[in-house]
Design a protein around this ligand. Structure first.
Ligand SMILES: [Zn+2]
Length: 121
């Protein structure tokens, strides 16, 4: 059985849409910007809006699974805050990504049959 981390990694989507803007999510071996390696980058409001996630910071520096997932949440927060017209900055985005990751890693379910059997009135 896979770990919670493996499970959450498989839930990183290939694409999603916010306010009619489609984003694709690409996992890449390495991402460089101005010859500097980056964990992730988000291209907002372009014809080709996307989140890019690096699997390494160079051939000798593989990213951990936790780092890839945290980077995805970080880039997702950039997208969500921007579309909510809330000014984003790296500190705010990283703080949100960290607490959202804690939520995702620790959420537990005692009895899912309650909601499965619930009938909307
Ligand atoms: Zn950022």
């Amino acid at each position: 059985m896979g770990s919670k981390l493996d499970e959450l990694l498989t839930e990183i989507p290939d694409r999603f849409t916010i306010n009619g803007q489609e984003y694709t999510v690409n996992m890449e071996e390495e991402i460089k910007l101005d010859s500097e390696p980056h964990l992730g980058l988000t291209h907002l409001h372009s014809i080709d809006s996307k989140i890019r996630l690096a699997l390494t910071l160079g051939k000798d520096w593989p990213c951990s699974k936790g780092s890839v997932l945290n980077t995805y949440y970080h880039e997702l927060m950039h997208v969500l805050l921007t579309h909510a017209c809330i000014k984003d900055d790296e500190v705010k985005v990283q703080s949100l990504a960290n607490i959202f990751m804690q939520y995702m890693m620790t959420k537990e379910y005692d009895d899912t049959s309650k909601i499965a059997n619930w009938k909307e009135k």
